[in-house]
Write a new protein. Structure first.
Length: 168
């Protein structure tokens, strides 16, 4: 996977055309919260609704206090077209090298297939490399087969099994 020196790139919108604004990955800001929740509503696979704004505000405050857990957005001229969370976890194994955990990756439905996902993944992997991580991992719902193909195209490999236990 080719990693850019920075998270700016030209993104194909189709043969011979470019997106009007160059998308940029940046850390999410409080004023992005409404747009982020709208993106998460597009991802929902459980039939549950996304957080209410007041609940999201409360969780946002908690997340800001996590030292190595950040929310990022793909911003195209002020329009939030993608979002992801990235945690860097310290580790006593693997010679003390940290690992990266990529979560909640969403690209807006109208921007899928236009390079935004690749931009997001390049940014996340590059950031993990700069932090000295020995790996970056992600999980994906079994139903998201298109996403699985995308991750594999980027060089991600299926590794082991992921188990979860619903707690209510």
């Amino acid at each position: 996977m080719r990693l850019p020196n920075e998270a700016r790139t030209e993104v194909d919108e189709g043969p011979g055309s470019r997106l009007k604004e160059e998308p940029v990955v940046r850390q999410a800001r409080h004023e992005d919260l409404k747009d982020i929740l709208e993106l998460y509503a597009q991802l929902d696979l459980t039939g549950k609704e996304v957080l209410a704004p007041a609940e999201a505000e409360s969780i946002w405050g908690k997340m800001e206090r996590y030292p190595d857990y950040k929310l990022y957005v793909a911003d195209r001229g002020g329009q939030i077209v993608g979002v992801f969370a990235l945690a860097i976890m310290d580790n006593l194994a693997h010679a003390g090298r940290p690992s990266g955990l990529l979560e909640d990756v969403v690209v807006s439905e109208e921007h899928r297939g236009k390079g935004i996902g690749r931009l997001i993944m390049n940014y996340a992997v590059g950031y993990c490399q700069r932090q000295g991580c020995y790996k970056v991992a992600l999980s994906s719902n079994l139903a998201r087969e298109g996403a699985h193909v995308f991750y594999e195209r980027l060089g991600f490999k299926k590794h082991g099994y992921s188990f979860s236990l619903e707690l209510g």
